[in-house]
Design a protein around this ligand. Sequence first.
Ligand code: 13P
Ligand code: SF4
Length: 335
Amino acid sequence: MPPAASALATLPGDRNARLAALYEPIRSVVPPADWALFADDVEAILALKRERNAVVLAHNYQTPEIFHGVADIVGDSLALAREAMTVEADVIVLAGVSFMAETAKLMNPSKTVLMPDMEAGCSLAESITPEDVRLLRAAHPGVPIVAYVNTTAAVKAEVDICCTSGNAKRIVESLGVPRVIMLPDQYLARNVAAETGVEIISWAGRCEVHELFTAADVRELRDAYPGVTVLAHPECPPEVVAEADFSGSTAAMTDYVETRRPPRLVLLTECSMSDNVAVRYPDLDFVRPCNLCPHMKRITLANIRRALEENRHVVTIDPAVADRARLSVERMLAL
Ligand code: 13P
Ligand code: SF4
């Protein structure tokens, strides 16, 4: 394991100046004492990325020191899948959850994809098995099956097409049929059904983060913070989405903030999302009730560094599964 000091030596310029430049944009969301603890890992990761010709892909729910400190590519699930396809570096470190690392490997199979913590799962991905999908297909012959990207590669291999929260409406409409099966998120399915008028047969999965928001929360927020604009992720229950001013993927929320600049707003989603967006808009008043995703929070600077130092944990997918799963993701990206 190379000591941090040797890693620092490979980077040009003065250490303090480099770290100060990285810290400046996030000082409002990362206390100085925390940054002092992070700095060594940040410098080491920047050096290791050069040594190993690696990039870090980070989801919008990663903590600010990862998202703004060491990530090369950031975004929602759709953006990460798309961007993974065109990565030229030898190594991709996925700062996110396991299904995202699997998707990156599917889309760019010749690269080494590293997952800093293999236990970073997802309540949605864990809610359904390939066997469940086969039973659903048998129960509803001829009905196309759309899988949310928050599923394992083995489940993606059993379905007709994937979707993300950023394109679910478009994917369902593109099928041109009155009835589809959409799994595993029952709330996303109901939200898309309401938007499209398509009858959707869903599964009983739920995101353990977004299911906690309630319509009463939205009303209380409006009472407590007059004029607040409420943005809700479509994994929230339909009654929450109905009370919100806007619903969209994490990227769609970011775009909304960029284009509409609501003076006071709340993002009903994972906690780091507000931190990561807020640093770009210091003039906006972000109200901060949020829920932490315990899976996303398993990823830390320390385990990203260790992933690069020790080449762990290498993501592999059974080739028989991978070819069929890739097809489902490619059909989505083709739209
Ligand atoms: P998006 O970033 O695609 O909106 O997904 C949210 C999510 O919960 C990913 O785990
Ligand atoms: Fe899964 Fe929800 Fe966590 Fe996203 S936020 S990884 S959907 S549990």
